[in-house]
Design a protein around this ligand. Structure first.
Ligand SMILES: Nc1nc2c(ncn2[C@@H]2O[C@H](COP(=O)(O)OP(=O)(O)OP(=O)(O)O)[C@@H](O)[C@H]2O)c(=O)[nH]1
Ligand SMILES: [Mg+2]
Length: 468
């Protein structure tokens, strides 16, 4: 176990790390930041940064000047330098940031000089890891930062911000405190049963059950959070000419895919990223599936089937004018069991008004909606039905959502509490209750980082981007 707040100070030789902290892509931005953290951050900055005039090297003050190659004296970039001395920095170490021009080459040269001057390239998430180890952040906040960076929708960003504000840490911390109270009651009985009033067994069991119920609710809500963070991959499939490409275009609000009144128009997968009611979606338009001798079309159909197999959900489009037919039913058989499927009748605009429901497949009452991709009608209902069948309709009340790691730990804690309650039910001695209660506390502690081991930290922070 690593006690939070001690590691970096206890280790004698803390290395100084450096990385480009801004997005690295050609032509991405006008400013790029090289971030340096550790005991050598300031000496490195002083060696590489020439600040003209009488500018003071004070903490939390911006200096203007040039980054230079100390060997040749060559100017590498005109830059601003921000010095943040420990502990008033993100990592609680001395931190220096070079705010350079955003060109890839210039910023790479600055980083090279910083590395040559004695820093080492930071690993993914290493700045955040140091912030955690130095007690600046708990684990849920550190993970929230990473989630904020990768958020693909406004709702996902809001959720990450709530985590950064400590919403999750407080929720888990409160549950942990309640369990600790019960553990104290039980432990006292193990040691001093004769000196204490008898334990209110029912009250303890009720409290354990209540905490367990809250954990199970959090575990259930995690699925919604996952959808928000990671988004859904949705494949649109159907026979040729039913309007799949038209639907992709209507939903993404652009002429992304070629539409033509010619069966077999789409040959390749066409992908579009969009946000539907706060949920990020990757929508895949596919080649219409039918028997064909055309080799290229066959290849396209193979891709349709691969997309179908990899999708989180499937929209199976059919032509309302023709009604649901055997060929549509055959496509439905291709959708793997357990994958949410929505049947979408298209071209409702071309039907007489009373006939909008005509042709919807009889029998097992599958989810279905009627739309017109051409007239952009019924798309709201389609969005609602799609998210509903994916279990992703988001209530406004979702305030915190566990990520996969946190979810697994919360589920573990709930299982342990279940065992504890069984021990209570069977009136086993107190020790039997406390073993599992301690296990539950350990699992909750691992969520916030109050109890973690090194392997777990490596797993958490290796998923971060470099420079964060
Ligand atoms: N009336 C009407 N026509 C539509 C609608 N949606 C699509 N169409 C027409 O149907 C034809 C085929 O549309 P596409 O979107 O290319 O169909 P597709 O399913 O992608 O076809 P393939 O790529 O060949 O598999 C085009 O002429 C569209 O204008 C609709 O809602 N109403
Ligand atoms: Mg098409």
């Amino acid at each position: 176990m690593i006690p939070q707040g001690t590691i970096a100070t206890a280790t004698t030789a803390v290395e100084t790390i450096a990385a480009v902290a801004t997005a690295v892509a050609p032509g991405a931005g006008s400013v790029a930041i090289v971030r340096v953290s550790g005991p050598r951050a300031e000496p490195i900055a002083r060696a590489l940064f020439a600040a003209p005039g009488s500018q003071e090297w004070e903490s939390h003050r911006v200096l203007y000047g040039h980054v230079i190659d100390p060997g040749s004296g060559e100017r590498l970039d005109e830059a601003l330098l921000l010095l943040m001395r420990a502990p008033r920095s993100f990592t609680r170490e001395d931190v220096v940031e070079f705010h350079c021009h955003g060109g890839l080459v210039a910023v790479a040269r600055v980083l090279e000089q910083v590395l040559a001057a004695g820093a080492r390239r930071a690993l993914p998430g290493e700045f955040s890891q140091r912030a955690f180890l130095n007690g600046r952040l708990d684990l849920t906040r550190a993970e929230a930062i990473s989630e904020l960076i990768t958020a693909r929708s406004r709702r996902a960003a809001q959720l990450a911000l709530a985590g950064l504000d400590g919403g999750l840490e407080r929720r888990i911390g409160a549950l942990r405190a309640r369990l600790l109270d019960q553990l104290a009651e039980l432990e006292a009985r193990v040691d001093f049963e004769d000196d204490l009033p008898p334990l209110e067994v029912d009250a303890v069991a009720m409290e354990l059950a209540a905490v367990r119920a809250e954990l199970l609710a959090l575990v259930a809500e995690a699925a919604q959070g996952r959808v928000l963070r990671e988004g859904l991959k949705v494949a649109i499939i159907g026979r040729p000419n039913v309007g799949k490409s038209s639907l992709l275009n209507a939903l993404s609000g652009s002429a992304r895919a070629i539409v033509a009144d010619l069966p077999g128009t789409t040959r390749d997968l066409v992908e579009s990223e969009l946000v539907l009611r706060g949920v990020p979606l990757t929508l895949l338009d596919t080649a219409g599936i039918r028997p064909t001798d055309d080799r290229v079309e066959q290849l396209g159909i193979e891709r349709s089937c691969a997309a179908l197999a990899a999708a989180d959900a499937v929209l199976l489009l059919f032509d309302l004018r023709e009604g649901w037919g055997d060929a549509d039913a055959a496509l439905r058989e291709l959708v793997p069991a357990g994958v949410p499927l929505l049947l979408v009748g298209n071209k409702a605009d071309a039907l007489p008004p009373a006939a909008a429901d005509v042709g919807v497949p009889a029998g097992s009452k599958p989810n279905h909606v009627a739309i017109s991709a051409l007239a952009a009608e019924g798309l709201e209902a389609l969005a609602a039905a799609l998210l509903e069948c994916c279990g992703a309709s988001l209530g406004p009340g979702l305030e915190v959502a566990l990520n996969q790691r946190q979810r697994d730990l919360a589920a573990e804690a709930a299982v342990a509490l279940g065992r504890s309650l069984e021990a209570a039910d069977q009136a086993l001695p107190w020790d039997f209750w406390t073993i599992d209660l301690r296990q539950a506390l350990r699992s909750l502690g691992a969520i916030t980082g109050a109890e973690v081991n090194e392997a777990m930290l490596d797993r958490v922070f290796s998923r971060f981007c470099i420079g964060k």
